[in-house]
Ligand binder design. Sequence first.
Ligand SMILES: C[S@@+](CC[C@H](N)C(=O)[O-])C[C@H]1O[C@@H](n2cnc3c(N)ncnc32)[C@H](O)[C@@H]1O
Length: 338
Amino acid sequence: MQRVPVRSRRRAQRRSLSRGLGPRAVRPEVGSRLREPRSIASRSSPSGSERNLSDVTAESANPGIDRILLGDNLELLPAFASESFQLVYIDPPFNTGKVQSRKTLRAVREQDGERTGFQGRRYSTELLSESSYRDLFADYLAFLAPRLEEARRLLKREGTMYFHIDYREAHHCKLLLDEIFGRECFLNEIIWAYDYGARTKRRWPAKHDTILVYVKDPSAYHFDSEQVDREPYMAPGLVTPEKVARGKLPTDVWWHTIVATAGREKTGYPTQKPEGIVRRMVQASTRPGDWCLDFFAGSGTLGAVAAQLGRHYVLIDSNPEAVEIMRARLAEPRRAAL
Ligand SMILES: C[S@@+](CC[C@H](N)C(=O)[O-])C[C@H]1O[C@@H](n2cnc3c(N)ncnc32)[C@H](O)[C@@H]1O
């Protein structure tokens, strides 16, 4: 496994980030919230010519608005001031990194070989080994590392990050997160268990995602379990009727359906996550009026939940289609859950 030299880079990177912020920094503030998000992205063409940082900073004179931004998150995040957000939720795509295939080849002399060598001799090429998985894996962590550094910088002292990841990548990402946040800042590993799709008969069918939870400061983080939607007891006969009526506090294993195909939440974005699981994060780790950030925002699930619960949001995605979907989804924030 190729090591990502996070710790050694961290201090220098933070210095350069804070130098780069200066007067251009955007600090979202609780205040005049627009009913419709005046997103920068919403004013770009549907074909989505990427907006650069100057577009973001042009808005910074009036930072107190919810935002939907189109662009590479690594380019946009440095525009925001350190400690701007109470909650970061990210659900990065699996295997974003460039697929590199490192092949080891050997030339073998052969009458019908496809290559011509010295004195017209014919050779064919034999593949000795291929290490594409290792390269892909190393690329993925290298892609994530600077973005996770930004997530940590942007969190308030009381803040929490929820990192949603495929079960195949979770263990490698945990090591990277421990390095960036510090092991002492690891709060939970949440298992989101669902029950959908085909079941292989060759192993235990994998029906869960992992959500790794890190806090900025273990002595200062905000967590209010009283605000979280409760769930039914599995064995209601074993507890009092009062307890049954109240429901129980969720543990770190969350049973929750995926977004229903014909449900009201469905946006059509392929990797959309259910509002129900994101709602728990926002309820527990933020207060009304706090700022929430999702810089792999997709269909904007975090923004939808934040709007319903009276929180503010900044959503970033590099895909113009995602931005269009978010814009439509958040044009009329649903307040039913307030
Ligand atoms: C798994 S999806 C997020 C789904 C989201 N949680 C939801 O509920 O809809 C990941 C998103 O990250 C976006 N993405 C990938 N690389 C990015 C980058 N460098 N900057 C910003 N967005 C990126 C993709 O376009 C995709 O929409």
